[in-house]
Design a protein around this ligand. Structure first.
Ligand code: ACO
Length: 366
């Protein structure tokens, strides 16, 4: 029987899920029967975590308890503080996070995965990022704030100041819009690992590894590098043509699923422009977006290449003064909520993932 290979598993359905719907044809994103955009504008990250993990939004008491649990779990365990100090200085932040999350996996993490474990991992991730950033600069680590919510506390731990309300709000929207997105590479990785009945820490460690790659989570810092290189509106067309003629990809454009505008990019664009009125960098970004879409259609007709979430993620993160090297780690801090929800869902109706491959090698002579 002839075996058919579907490279990249494109179009293959590997699981049934109630967590999110990515409607690539219409540019729509749904989390458990809510529009992701509405959730991003109206709800805190913790509330949407509850929605992803439990299947419904929390009531007031449940939300208060969850926020409290986050506050309790966001302090770094002592052994992680020591670990952060001895990891090589040139270790990329994504590798630092991967290593630290892996090091959390003591014997208490057992199959099946639990919400309390998801809270522990999600709550501590920004603390790892902020602590490592300060240690690298030879600065004192800033302890988590006693009362701030998860997203505002992340900015606080990075900068040592209570953040502007507008900054917390736009970053919260970014967190909510990026926390879950169907069967992407990192989510699939987490589910494959969970399907072996391994623990949630192992599943999330693997997902972070997948997220690190530039074709997945590693693009937003490359978007800022691209815009910095272009420098001015006049240079945009020439620069883009040169890249496309060399066969290079433009970072922040194209998506496996969205063949129209990415709704997350649209929402983030809207929010950033309110925050950074008359910002020349944002003005350049809007111009480059329009030029790139026009030229992508010229060089790659019919491929339907539009801005993906990473393009305007760069704008939001820049607007809240996030250093470029923390863009992908920040994305990881939000997406961990989706991974943990998927790992728990996988455990409810599990079958180990075990696809097949087509052997093209030779056979033994005898
Ligand atoms: N710039 C130029 N050409 C592109 C781009 C791009 N950004 N994206 C796709 N294309 C072209 C490809 O060269 C290919 O052309 P061909 O038909 O002549 O061979 C065609 O469009 C189809 O592209 P594929 O790479 O096959 O599409 P795929 O679905 O495999 O890849 C991906 C999607 C990885 C996102 C791709 O568009 C890309 O590399 N984009 C740039 C990196 C990026 O922005 N990554 C962040 C993704 S968002 C996220 O993960 C959260």
């Amino acid at each position: 029987m002839e075996q058919m290979i579907i490279k990249g598993l494109e179009g293959i359905t590997v699981a049934a899920t109630n967590i999110s719907l990515v409607d690539g044809d219409h540019g729509r994103l749904v989390y458990r029967a809510y529009w992701a955009k509405d959730l991003a504008l109206q709800h805190d990250f913790e509330e949407v975590c509850y929605l992803l993990w439990h299947g419904r939004l929390p009531n007031e008491i449940e939300l208060k308890k969850l926020k409290n649990d986050f506050r309790e779990q966001r302090r770094l365990p002592a052994h992680l503080v020591e670990l952060l100090k001895i990891l090589p200085e040139n270790m990329p932040m994504m590798s630092v996070i991967r290593t630290c999350i892996s090091a959390m996996g003591d014997g208490s993490y057992q199959w099946p995965p639990k919400v309390e474990e998801a809270i522990k991992i999600t709550a501590v991730l920004p603390t790892i990022i902020a602590a490592r950033s300060h240690l690298l600069k030879g600065e004192n680590v800033i302890d988590p704030h006693e009362t701030l919510d998860h997203v505002a506390n992340f900015l606080y731990m990075l900068n040592g100041e209570i953040p502007l309300g507008a900054h917390s709000k736009v970053l919260n929207a970014y967190f909510v819009l990026t926390m879950e997105h169907g069967m992407n590479a990192s989510t699939f990785s987490s589910r494959v690992i969970a399907s072996t009945e391994s623990d949630i820490v192992s599943a999330i460690t693997g997902a972070i590894g997948a997220m690190k790659g530039p074709l997945h989570g590693g693009a937003p810092s490359e978007v800022t590098a691209m815009l910095d290189e272009i420098g001015s509106k006049e240079n945009a067309e020439g620069w883009i043509r040169e890249q496309l003629e060399k066969g290079k990809k433009l970072m922040g454009f194209g998506h496996r699923i969205y063949k129209t505008r990415d709704p997350r990019a649209e929402a983030l664009k809207e929010m950033t422009s309110q925050l950074t009125k008359e910002d020349p960098w944002l003005d350049l970004a809007v111009h480059v977006e329009a030029e790139a879409i026009r030229l992508l259609e010229e060089y790659k007709p019919g491929r339907k290449l539009y801005t993906n979430v990473e393009f305007y993620a760069a704008a939001v993160l820049r607007a809240v003064n996030m250093p470029a090297e923390l863009f992908t780690p920040t994305f990881t801090s939000s997406r961990v909520a989706g991974w943990t929800a998927n790992v728990m869902e996988q455990s409810l109706d599990n079958r180990i993932y075990r696809p097949s491959s087509l052997y093209n090698g030779g056979m033994p002579k005898d």
